[in-house]
Design a protein around this ligand. Structure first.
Ligand code: ADP
Ligand code: MG
Length: 257
């Protein structure tokens, strides 16, 4: 049975989409059949894989409102082992339509129930909010992967994030686990980055990956070519870091089993 993981942090610009695109590309390259679900109306994961958001037959919106099933919404990405349910700007409207639906928090969970077993991993890229789309993601997944940016206010919002996870555990998804915490945009030249790493490690005892993602301009450039970092510049520091993170992710998975 495939493992379903949400990339979650209600703050924007912390590296969710970058982590989603690159960890899933690395897993696919290692032979793991991977599905990426883009539940962010901004659709940055979708365009990050070079998919044109304006010419989709079906997208996440259709899945949410029930006008298509998961199988109809899945696209190939022209990469071996890597598939996507793309997002489009229409999805912004789904948040409003969802409020009228029965079992509105469980739409995504139900929609992916019968495709789960076809993948090794399914990653859900969350929007930067705590609205119904995010709640749908947290209800549908086995665990959350939390990217945290190495910046001054890194821990601001973390207690709200943890409260949300607790709320979802209590009401909708009692088995929701924390997969791990990824520190992103690390700048080894600043004391601040080093302090943030220490603080986050103290807060999330034992849950923080040893691999830290450095600030690397190649990571910021790759999406404009519709490529993951391992395709765009496999020798860059960013590519090395995401490959190492993927190794660590898989090693820890084996420990859990
Ligand atoms: P989120 O999905 O949490 O909003 P993104 O992954 O889109 O965050 O990252 C925000 C911006 O920072 C994007 O422009 C992205 O290309 C850039 N970025 C992300 N990670 C890095 C990094 N390690 N080094 C440099 N730029 C990065
Ligand atoms: Mg994003």
């Amino acid at each position: 049975m495939g493992k379903v993981i949400a990339i979650f942090n209600q703050k924007g610009g912390v590296g969710k989409t970058t982590t989603n695109v690159n960890i899933s590309a690395c897993l696919a390259a290692k032979g793991k059949k991977t599905l990426v679900i883009d539940i962010d109306p901004q659709g940055n994961t979708t365009s990050g894989f070079g998919i044109d958001k304006t010419s989709l037959e079906y997208s996440m919106y259709d899945l949410i409102i029930g006008s298509a099933n998961a199988k109809q919404c899945i696209l190939e990405t022209n990469r071996e082992n890597l598939y996507i349910i793309p997002s489009s700007v229409q999805l912004a409207g789904a948040e409003i339509e969802l409020t009228e639906m029965d079992e509105r928090e469980k739409i995504l969970k139900m929609a992916i129930m019968d495709i789960k077993q076809e993948y090794d991993y399914i990653f859900v890229d969350c929007p930067p909010s705590l609205g119904l789309l995010t709640i749908n993601a947290l209800t549908a997944v086995d665990s959350v992967l939390i990217p945290i940016q190495c910046e001054y206010y890194a821990l601001e919002g973390v207690s709200q994030l943890m409260n949300t996870i607790e709320l979802v555990r209590n009401n909708l998804n009692p088995d929701l686990m924390i997969q791990g915490v990824v520190l992103s945009m690390f700048d080894g030249r600043t004391n601040l980055s080093i302090q943030v790493v220490d603080e986050v490690k103290k807060y999330f005892r034992g849950k923080v990956y040893t691999t830290v993602i450095p600030r690397n301009v190649r990571l910021a450039e790759a999406p404009s070519y519709g490529l993951s970092i391992v395709e765009y510049d496999p020798k860059s520091k960013g590519a090395e870091a995401y490959m190492e993170l993927t190794e660590e992710f898989l090693d820890l998975e084996e420990d859990v089993i």
